[in-house]
Design a protein around this ligand. Structure first.
Ligand SMILES: Nc1ncnc2c1ncn2[C@@H]1O[C@H](COP(=O)(O)OP(=O)(O)OP(=O)(O)O)[C@@H](O)[C@H]1O
Length: 343
């Protein structure tokens, strides 16, 4: 049994304009000790999905159907008290983007930890202090920051504090939602490496959410690519990133050139933006931006097996994936209005 299983998960937000179908029929499994990457542009439903696991969705959100099975328990059926006392921090912790900005600036760093440790452990005050200093050292901070206020630290230092907090109770699962976004590129790299090293050392499983394909490819064993509320491609990261089979994955990878790619190569971007999720298009949601789309794409896209492992893509034309990859490198492919013939 997987540590976390999202089964046919559907989540909507109620708004004055109508219901936003932010997560639709999402299936994701995370095994013990494994890192699963979730990648996609802003607004694709990644954060909504992650918040549903922790039970911290905003009040206008509704889990319409599906299951969130953690260690055999369906969390969608558990109360707020149960999640607070038995799941958050101790079983599943959360590293959010710029999380410290959201925290109370009049709190000292030590207060953040004392709160989590006093609720969930029976350590004495002195033992808690020792533990906090150790956690801060583990994330390469000077233990003296224990007495600082959040606003006295740099962005990178704050994110290290948040990582230390996420590790404080040795949770079996860590959800890291855009943990490096907004940081300086060099710091991003350090934080990424730190998360990856600590995760291996502690053997926690991790859901690693990012819009940055390269970051996801670097740390994840498996990857799910999300577009407009759907998982459009998933599989072992080595399969997904070596042989992307959905045109969206191809476009996303070209939009994030690897550090070792030729600097003279033109940057390819996917024109347009994801569709409105109040009345999303029928069939494939990527259709209007896909240079390879045909009439068939207006019907429900299939889950197509790409190889004899677990690599699947929601596209009718995965048998043409090699051609997608080749044509997808060219700017003209994405800029022209006509469909590119791949047959
Ligand atoms: N509180 C809310 N009320 C209504 N709609 C919302 C709310 N929060 C998010 N949405 C909508 O749900 C969809 C998914 O958003 P979500 O934040 O989950 O995406 P994301 O991929 O995590 O993007 P980002 O990285 O920008 O957070 C978007 O269309 C967004 O506008």
């Amino acid at each position: 049994m997987a540590l976390l299983e999202l089964n046919d998960l559907n989540i909507e937000y109620k708004t004055d304009q109508g219901n936003v179908r932010a997560v639709e029929d999402v299936n994701i499994q995370i095994e013990k000790g494994e890192t699963v990457g979730i990648v996609g542009e802003s607004g694709c439903g990644k954060t909504t999905m992650a918040k549903s696991v922790l039970g911290i969705l905003p009040s206008n959100a509704n889990i319409v159907s599906g299951e969130i099975i953690y260690d055999g328990k369906d969390l969608t059926e558990r109360s707020e008290d149960f999640l607070r006392e038995n799941i958050r921090w101790s079983e599943i912790s959360w590293i959010a983007q710029n999380a410290m900005n959201a925290l109370n600036p009049v709190y000292r760093i030590k207060s953040l930890f004392h709160e989590a440790l006093s609720i969930h452990t029976d350590l004495s005050k002195a033992e808690r202090r020792e533990k906090i200093e150790q956690l801060l050292t583990d994330v390469d901070l000077d233990a003296a920051v224990i007495n600082d206020y959040g606003h006295e630290l740099s962005g990178g230092q704050r994110q290290r504090v948040i990582i230390a907090l996420a590790l404080a109770l040795s949770p079996p699962l860590i959800i890291a939602d855009e943990p490096t976004t907004g940081l300086d590129v060099v710091i991003q790299d350090q934080i990424l490496r730190l998360i990856s090293d600590l995760q291996k050392e502690t053997n926690s499983a991790m859901m690693f959410i990012s819009h940055d394909v390269n970051a996801v490819a670097e740390v994840s064993d498996k990857t799910s690519v999300m577009y407009a509320g759907n998982v459009v491609e998933s599989g072992d990261s080595s399969d997904v990133f070596k042989s992307p089979a959905h045109p969206y994955t191809v476009g996303l990878m070209n939009a994030f050139p690897r550090i070792d790619s030729d600097p003279d190569d033109a940057l390819v971007t996917i024109p347009g933006s994801p569709p409105e999720l109040i009345d999303p298009p029928k069939g494939c949601r990527f259709k209007s931006r896909c240079p390879f789309a045909t009439e068939d794409c207006t019907v429900t896209p299939p889950d197509t097996k790409v190889n004899n492992r677990s690599h699947v893509a929601k596209c009718h034309y995965t048998s043409k994936a090699e051609k997608f990859r080749e044509e997808g490198k060219k700017i003209e492919t994405w800029e022209q209005n006509d469909t590119v013939e791949v047959r």
